[in-house]
Ligand binder design. Sequence first.
Ligand code: ZN
Length: 175
Amino acid sequence: MTTISDGADTDPVAGLTDLLEAAAPAGVAGRPDSARPARRLAVVTCMDARIDALGDLRLDHGDAHVIRVAGARIVEDVVRSLHLSTAMLGVRGCLVLGHTSCGLHDADGTLAGRLRALDPMRRDWASFSDPAEAVAEDVGRLLAWPHRPDPWAVAGGVIDVADGSVQVVVPPTSA
Ligand SMILES: [Zn+2]
């Protein structure tokens, strides 16, 4: 399969057709039988295609909720998912996992203007100037979350998309 950076000469219908035709057939054995993550953990990470959330973290299918959102930021829709993870599905720990060379990393201060040009009405792009600082800030928000369960612990890290190594920014911390 060829990857085209701007997508201009890709055929999205063919891409979706290939995707659906290659999807696993029904009846595959060994799938998790519970919606509750076996390790009672959630991972919030970016949608970046270079991150293999399960493989990079050595998680098995069914171990954790993986909540993916641009920039791995704790935005409103992530909180919505975490409400369900914690209140209904037994999750008691969350890893916030940012990454190197993220598209929302505003390294030189020019990204905010380009994002505004995409959609002047939108203010919540959640870009950041430093990946580790953004992770630490969001870990702090989750530790102080008024709806956090008990027990509740949060950790933060930054994964290097070049080699999959994880730099721990905030070690596991109980609320
Ligand atoms: Zn990213």
